[in-house]
Design a protein around this ligand. Structure first.
Ligand code: NAD
Ligand code: MG
Length: 392
């Protein structure tokens, strides 16, 4: 029996994780669930999965939850805040932690699980983007197992030799082919990108996801973050990772070997496949995902990413090359810009402008400990908010 903690249980990845877990009561039990402030969904999950702990980051939400848990006579301890998240993430009562909080807020809890040497199912790509070198070094030191859940990185991992583990140098591999859907604005006339709405940006053609990652997919910053994520997970550089726009999202990424063989992992665009793989690795379990109907799909297309349309891709590669705190700066500026776009205080096409200006304003420094990462994150948030409030 594996004991699972789900960080970000009420989100899109959290719900898919619990769906897979619920199919295998003989294999998995839920140790702890965490969320920000969605008390209704958390309560529903508590009744179904009866975890030992439920954590709400928001104090008021935690109070409400505790009251309901008491009224229902459930034997679940309710915790709150950052300390509650870190406590359950590192608690020895679980062996596997799904890291599915969105954004930089996921870094500290995920690291807490890393330090405790657990199996980490890593969906929260922002954590790795911010602190890649320190994160991977901490995982190695603690013996934590990092299994990529992001569909592309999970696909790449599946195409690696059986003895490959995250962070190891690549052997006999020429390059990684990272696929991207191109998002909802792949063919939108460029001048219309000025006036697209959050609702349009969040309507992804193939995947159903949280709002932040949906906007990232629309700007292709998601692929930029994934490029950085791939470099850390597979110990490589952007020169060995080629982004291929593949609008059908059937091939989830590929690995090309020295002999010219290209291995691809395919499947319906449903996150339960990589989640099930992470939960059961090195075995396989049923994920609830239906069979792929290639006759119906009929065609797979590929194109080069359009750099004029998607400047975020270039900015992410640039941040990786700059190194140190540059990726934390890129990530924080992007989070602030996406928030502003979602609350209608920034145009969609201004997202990359904010990020580029913040990267120019704040020179990166080498990141030798986490406090430098958090300081860079904080400074970039302030700089981005100032730029946005001043109208850029
Ligand atoms: P989501 O917005 O649907 O869910 C986010 C979860 O995090 C929720 O449970 C929310 O309560 C919690 N949360 C939000 N802010 C928090 C805070 N400040 N403190 C503590 N908890 C907080 O997001 P999602 O789409 O499930 O994505 C989660 C992560 O997985 C992201 O990093 C995303 O990039 C990554 N990811 C998602 C998908 C997908 O298909 N949704 C695919 C690949 C990777
Ligand atoms: Mg992805």
């Amino acid at each position: 029996m594996k004991h699972i903690t789900v960080l970000g249980a009420t989100g899109s990845i959290g719900l898919s994780t619990l769906d897979v877990i619920s199919r295998h009561p003989d294999k998995y039990t839920v140790f702890a669930l965490t969320a920000n402030r969605n008390v209704d969904e958390m309560l529903k999950q508590c009744r179904l999965f009866k975890p030992m702990y439920a954590v709400m980051s928001d104090e008021q939400a935690a109070e409400l939850l505790e009251k309901s848990i008491f009224e229902l006579s459930l034997d679940i301890k309710v915790l709150s805040g950052q300390s509650g998240l870190e406590y359950v993430a590192g608690h020895k009562g679980s062996d596997t932690v799904m890291s599915a909080i969105v954004g930089a807020a996921g870094l500290k809890p995920t690291l807490s699980a890393v330090y405790a040497g657990k199996r980490i199912l890593l969906a929260n790509k922002e954590a790795l983007v911010m602190s890649g070198a320190l994160f991977m070094a901490a995982a190695k030191a603690a013996g934590a197992e990092i299994l990529p859940i992001d569909s592309e990185h999970n696909a790449i991992f599946q195409c690696m030799p059986a003895d490959y583990r995250s962070g190891m140098p690549l052997k006999h591999i020429r390059r990684i082919l990272l696929t991207a859907s191109g998002g909802p604005f792949r063919t939108t006339p460029l001048d219309e990108l000025k006036s697209v709405t959050p609702q349009q940006a969040c309507k992804h053609p193939n995947w159903s996801m949280g709002r932040k990652i949906s906007v990232d997919s629309a700007s292709m910053m998601n692929k930029g973050l994934e490029l950085i994520e791939a470099c850390w997970l597979f110990d490589t550089t952007p020169d060995n990772v080629d982004v291929h726009v593949h609008p059908e999202s059937i091939i989830h990424s590929m690995v090309e070997y020295d002999d010219g063989s290209v291995l691809a992992q395919m499947g319906s665009p449903d996150m339960r496949t990589p989640i099930a793989y992470g939960l059961s690795w090195p075995e396989r379990i049923d994920s609830g995902v239906s069979s792929l109907d290639l006759f119906k799909i009929a065609q797979l297309n590929f194109e080069k990413p359009d750099e004029e349309r998607f400047p975020c891709l270039r900015l992410a590669a640039e941040a990786y090359r700059r190194g140190g705190t540059a990726c934390a700066i890129l990530n924080a500026a992007n989070e602030v810009a996406v928030d502003a776009f979602l609350s209608n205080t920034l145009r969609f096409d201004q997202i990359p402008t904010v990020i580029e200006q913040v990267m120019d304003l704040l020179p990166e420094i080498p990141a030798t400990d986490l406090s430098q990462i958090f300081e860079a994150d904080e400074a970039a948030r302030i700089a981005a908010a100032n730029l946005i409030s001043q109208g850029l």
